[in-house]
Write a protein that binds this ligand. Structure first.
Ligand code: OGA
Ligand code: MN
Length: 201
């Protein structure tokens, strides 16, 4: 069962850094999956915003991404999705968030690339409610950089993107950025989305 202290901290602080959400062995299998997609040429340069706001601007955001979809040939994805669904249910039970689903992508930032300070909620769509990140980089140390910087009350919090480290934060509130790394940096970013009322037609 999921540790409720984690959920209490998320509710109290708007963010939490977790080292026990993703077992290192599973993180390593996900890293291999991401690497295989990269080698197959299945990652695409990421965009900023969406619709008419959609921009491709390497100076704002330097990663290449691939949405994570279930694939029977890749059990690690099903394990990740299963764990995150259990987390979704726990978030709903403890924090009454009404989260309906999660969208997730792999991201690879080449050395020197980052993502400028931003919030994850779109201007025209408020479904994204809780952001999730997970890091897939073995043997990563402070000199490698690539920190996730969370701009939270009380000053910035920097998270080293080392294998197995995860974060959760409130998508509408927490501004954050990816600082450039000295070597290639792999992550998973995802968003728990809440139920929307469908317009009557
Ligand atoms: C994002 C993001 C953070 C990271 O994709 O929106 O903020 O550390 N990613 O990969
Ligand atoms: Mn973000």
């Amino acid at each position: 069962m999921l540790a409720t202290p984690l959920l209490d901290r998320l509710a109290a602080c708007g963010f939490v850094v977790a080292h026990d959400l993703l077992p290192p062995a599973l993180a390593a299998r996900l890293a291999a999956d991401c690497r295989a997609l990269q080698q197959a040429g299945d990652l695409r340069p990421a965009h900023v915003g969406r619709g008419s706001q959609r921009l491709r601007e390497r100076a704002l955001r330097g990663d290449s991404i691939r949405w994570i979809e279930p694939d029977p040939a890749v059990p690690a994805r099903a394990e990740l999705l299963g764990r995150l669904d259990a987390l979704r249910v726990a978030l709903n039970r403890h924090l009454l968030l009404g989260l309906a689903d999660i969208e997730l992508h792999y991201a690879v930032y080449p050395a020197g690339a980052g993502y400028v300070r931003h919030r994850d909620r779109f201007r025209d769509d408020d479904a994204r409610t809780v952001s999730f990140t997970a890091y897939l980089n073995p043997h990563w140390s402070a000199e490698d950089g690539g920190w996730l910087r969370l701009h939270v009350a009380g000053g910035p919090v920097d998270v080293l993107p080392a294998l197995g480290t995860c974060t959760l934060f409130l998508s509408a509130e927490v501004e954050h950025e990816v600082l450039p790394a000295r070597r290639e940096r792999m992550s998973i970013a995802g968003w728990f989305r809440r139920y929307r009322e469908l317009p009557l037609s």
